[in-house]
Each structure stands twice: as structure tokens, then as C-alpha cells.
Design a protein around this ligand. Structure first.
Ligand code: PHE
Length: 338
């Protein structure tokens, strides 16, 4: 029996040494040390031994078992480390290899909006956000557009029922601002607006940035000065600004503002439709009625207001022919702004 033990221990030792994976090692362990493994089977033969031999053999089997256990543990650790190292090598991610990783960028609208807001903030304008679902009062009535006023046709509005609508202009925020701030005041209201219009230059959703300045002695000259700076900053140093008479219910007098075409330098091209000028915004001196409605005395204060589409400015700056390109999220289009 002693020989048998030594022989089994030696065979088991060889198989441990030959095991090349944790699974293989486990199989060897079951074969020899498992419940019905070869060594356990050997123990069953003990009952046939003489009472003197039993403890001697018992000791031998136990010490063989113990030394095999140690070898299993050592080999187990070795295989585990090897398998871990192999897995780490196989699953390694080379972070220095980035040729195929696309780099994103700001959407052209977001980028232009940020530049516009930065420009006005640098001139001391406050920035005001407002609700996109507005009441008829803030979007129209407080701006001198009563319910039956034909000027409502200028902005084909999405009415939501009751007194609510999707704001058609961020001028609504300017009324809210005047209600809560005393002059002198200087603010812009950038944001999303909605109108029922849909063609190459109009989208049902677009973005406006409107400005308002109210103080003692504000005139058209102040408006012209700010818009001159604005135009030169965004369209180039040579840019000229011209005012054309126009009509808005909330300003009196009102003007339509054009900038000289930066593409052809004013000679006339496709972008400016041969006129040399591009219309960019509406503006004017705040109507006395609007000031009064907002609790500001029109005999003491005057103000100017202007408003333009951020989308339109982005299209002019980048030469984008169709407003919808800004909303389709076509990756081939967006990638050009990286
Ligand atoms: N709110 C006007 C519009 O959406 C633009 C505007 C703003 C005109 C301020 C004059 C003064 O068309």
C-alpha cells in the first residue's frame, strides 16, 4: 500500500506539472483528491489493514495529501497569474492610437449664439431668458399689438388655446424684464421662437436675439452706433450699415437694418441678390405706449430695441444656403464646422 501511495502521489505530481490551465488543474484535483478520487478510494482500503498498520498508513496518506494540496495551490496561483497576464495583454486598449476617433465640435448655431451673446455682454448688456410658452399679453398686448391689430399677421403664431401661445418673438422677455428692472437698463434676450412659416429662409422653429436699451436721452444715434460696431465685428471692418424706414407696433420710428454684403463688398452677387445689401434685423425707438405699459415714464426715458434671427446671422457668416441644414443634423454638414 505504501508503494501505491507513492506511485499515486508521483502520478498526481506529474499531472499537476502538466496542467496548462486553471480548468485542467481543477480536473486533476478532482481525479485524485475529489470525493471519489483515487486517493480517497485508497483510504477505503484502510479497513482491510491490520490495526497496527492503520495509523501508519493513515499518516502516510495524509502527508501525501497535504503535500499535493500545497502543490495544487502553488500551481493554481501560477496558472491564475499567467491567465490574467494573457487576458490583460489581449484586452489592452492602446490609448495613443486615436486616428479613428471622431472629434466633435459645437453646432454652428450654438457657436454663433455664444459669440453673439459674448459680444453684447462685453458691452455691458444683461442676458434674460424667458418662457417659450408665453401668454398673449407678453407676446403681443404689452407690445402694443391688441387682439384685433392687423400687425398680428406679421407673425403667424401657434396658439395653444386659452391665453397661451408659443412665443413668436423674444420681445416678450423684454416686457418681463422692464416689469422687474428700473432704467437705466441694457439687456438682450436670446432664445427659441416659433412661427408658422416653412421655406428656404424660414423654419417653424428658429432663434432670435433681441436687445433693449432704456435710459435718459437715448436716440437713434445710439442704436446706429451699437449696430455699426456689431456689423463690423461679425461681418468685417469694411461693413457699412444702413437704415430703411419700416413698421413695428412696438417701435416708433421703426427701421429695417441692412449691412453691406461681405461676400461681394457691395458690388452685388448671388448672396445679396445683386443689391449689395443684406437685410439682417428690425429695430427702432421703443414706442411710448410700450414704455408706459411697462411702468416706465416715456417723458423721462427713451429707449431703442432691435431683434434679429441667430440662424440668419449664422447662415450669412458661413454662407449656408438653406435654414433647414441647421436642423437636420446631417453629419456631413456638421463636420464642416470642426
Ligand atoms: N420682434 C421683432 C420681430 O420678431 C424684431 C424687432 C425687435 C423689431 C425690436 C424692432 C425692435 O420681427
Amino acid at each position: 500500500m505504501e508503494e501505491k501511495i507513492e506511485q499515486l502521489a508521483a502520478e498526481c505530481g506529474n499531472e499537476i506539472a502538466a496542467a496548462d490551465s486553471e480548468n485542467a488543474l481543477y480536473a486533476v484535483r478532482v481525479k485524485y483528491l475529489g470525493k471519489s478520487g483515487l486517493i480517497s478510494e485508497l483510504m477505503k482500503g484502510m479497513k482491510d489493514l491490520s490495526p497496527e498498520m492503520r495509523p501508519v498508513m493513515g499518516k502516510l496518506v495524509n502527508s501525501a495529501r497535504a503535500s499535493l494540496e500545497t502543490r495544487f495551490t502553488e500551481k493554481g496561483k501560477e496558472l491564475h497569474d499567467k491567465e490574467l497576464a494573457a487576458r490583460l495583454a489581449a484586452e489592452k486598449i492602446d490609448i495613443t492610437l486615436n486616428e479613428d476617433t471622431p472629434v466633435g465640435c459645437l453646432h454652428p448655431l450654438t457657436a454663433v449664439r455664444k459669440r453673439l451673446v459674448d459680444f453684447f455682454v462685453s458691452m455691458g448688456f444683461d442676458v434674460m431668458d424667458g418662457p417659450e410658452v408665453e401668454t398673449d399679453y407678453y407676446n403681443f398686448e404689452a407690445l402694443n399689438v391688441p387682439k384685433d391689430h392687423p400687425a398680428r399677421d406679421m407673425q403667424d403664431t401657434f396658439f395653444l388655446g386659452g391665453n397661451l401661445l408659443l412665443r413668436s418673438q423674444t420681445s416678450a422677455s423684454q416686457v418681463r424684464y422692464m416689469e422687474t428692472h428700473k432704467p437705466p437698463l441694457k439687456m438682450i434676450s436670446p432664445g427659441r421662437v416659433f412661427r408658422n412659416a416653412d421655406d428656404a429662409t424660414h423654419s417653424p422653429v428658429f432663434h432670435q436675439l433681441e436687445g433693449l436699451v432704456v435710459d435718459k436721452g437715448i436716440t437713434m444715434c445710439d442704436l446706429k452706433g451699437i449696430l455699426d460696431d456689431f456689423a463690423r465685428h461679425f461681418f468685417g471692418k469694411q461693413t457699412k450699415v444702413r437704415f430703411r424706414p419700416s413698421y413695428f407696433p412696438f417701435t416708433e420710428p421703426s427701421v429695417e437694418v441692412d449691412v453691406s454684403c461681405s461676400i461681394c463688398g457691395g458690388k452685388g452677387c448671388k448672396i445679396c441678390k445683386g443689391t449689395g445689401w443684406i437685410e439682417i434685423l428690425g429695430a427702432g425707438i421703443v414706442n411710448r405706449k410700450v414704455l408706459r405699459i411697462c411702468g416706465i415714464d416715456p417723458d423721462e426715458y427713451t429707449g431703442f430695441a432691435f431683434g434679429f434671427g441667430i440662424d440668419r446671422i449664422a447662415n450669412i457668416i458661413h454662407g449656408i444656403p438653406h435654414i433647414k441644414l441647421l436642423y437636420e443634423n446631417d453629419i456631413r454638414f456638421l463636420e464642416q464646422f470642426r
